[in-house]
Design a protein around this ligand. Sequence first.
Ligand SMILES: Nc1ncnc2c1ncn2[C@@H]1O[C@H](COP(=O)(O)OP(=O)(O)O)[C@@H](O)[C@H]1O
Ligand SMILES: [Mg+2]
Length: 361
Amino acid sequence: MFVRSVELNNYRNYGSLALDLSPGINLFYGDNAQGKTNLLEAVYACATTSSHRSSKDREIIAFGAEEAHVRLYVEKRGVTKRLDYHISRAKGKEAAIDGIPLAKTSELLGQLHVVFFSPEDLKIIKSSPVERRTFLNVELCQLSPLYTRLLVEYKKTLMQRNALLKEAREKSEYRKLLDIYDEKLSACGEQLMQERAAFTEELAGIASSIHRDLTEGKETLSISYEPGADPGKMGETLFMTRDRDIAAGSTGCGPHRDEIGFAIDEISVKHYGSQGQQRTTALSLKLAEIELVKRKIGEAPVLLLDDVLSELDENRQDKLLGSIREIQTLLTCTGMDEFVKRQINVDKKWKVVSGSLTQGV
Ligand SMILES: Nc1ncnc2c1ncn2[C@@H]1O[C@H](COP(=O)(O)OP(=O)(O)O)[C@@H](O)[C@H]1O
Ligand SMILES: [Mg+2]
C-alpha cells in the first residue's frame, strides 16, 4: 500500500498544502522547526486517528484557525481510497472514507497502515512502560478492530472502577457495585492480554532473527510479554486485592500494568544494555514490526522515518535502508549531506521552509 497524495489544511504550521508522493522513498529536508515532523505526523494522524506526540488532538489545529484537515489518497491492491480526517475546535474529530462520514473516527484504523520511527523510539527500551504499552496499542489497533474496541472499553471501565474505588472509601454500600465493574474489566482485560501475548510472541521471533543479523550473529535477543495480571485469574485477583485497591484509589492489576522485557543473551537490556545495544534492539523491534505487518495484512506498511538516520551508525543505517526498498517511505533529515555521501536512491525530495515545500531542490 502507499499514499498517492497528501492534502493539508490548517494543520500545525501548514496553511494549505497538496503534494503527490512517490511509492518509493520520499525525502523531506530542511532546518529545524520548519514542518518536517508535522507532515509525517499528519499522515500518522490520519492512519491512527491520533498524534504520535501530543495527547491533545486539538493541538494539531493551526494557531488561530478553527479546524484542521488531512486528506490522503491511499492505494491498496490497485484501489484508491480517499481518507479524510478532520478536527475542529467546536466538534472534535471526524473522519470519512470516500466522502462517506464514519460513525466513529476509529473506523479509519486499518485503512492505511503506518510504522513510525523517530529518535524517541530508539529510547523505547529505556523509557517508561507506558511507552512500550503504547507501542503495543498503536500496532494492535491498526491490525485489529476488535482490539481497538476492547481497548476503548477497558480504558473506560478502568476509569469508572477507579472512581468507584474512591467513593467506596467513604460509602461501604458502593463496594457491592464493584462486582459489576470487576467482571467487565477482567473480561476485557483477559482478551487484551491474550492479544498482546500472541502479538509479542510473533514479534519476538521475527525480532530475534533480525537482531542476530544486525549483530552479525553475536547477540541473541529475546522479547517477553509480562502481563499485569495472571492470565485467566484477573477477576479473582481483582476481588482478592479489592481492599488494597480501595485504599489506593486505583486498580493494581490488569493490562494497564503490562510490561515488555528485552534481554540480550538473557541479560536485561533495560538495566544492563549499552546505549548501542539499546538502539540496536529498538531497530530490531521496528524492523520486526514492519515484517509482522507484512505477514498479517499481506502488504507492506508505509514507513515514516523521522530524523533517525543521523542517530544510527553507518552499519545500522545500511541495514535499515536495505530493508525499506520495497516500502513507501517518508523520510526526514536536516541536511542532504548524508544522502549525497551515501548515494541513497531517493525518488522524490522536497525542501521544507516554514510550512511550504519546494520540490527537487
Ligand atoms: N498548532 C500549530 N499551529 C501552528 N504552528 C505550529 C502548531 N504546532 C506546532 N507548530 C509549529 O511547527 C514548528 C515545528 O515543526 P516540526 O515539524 O516539528 O519541525 P521540524 O522541521 O524540525 O520537524 C514549530 O515552529 C511550531 O511552532
Ligand atoms: Mg522534526
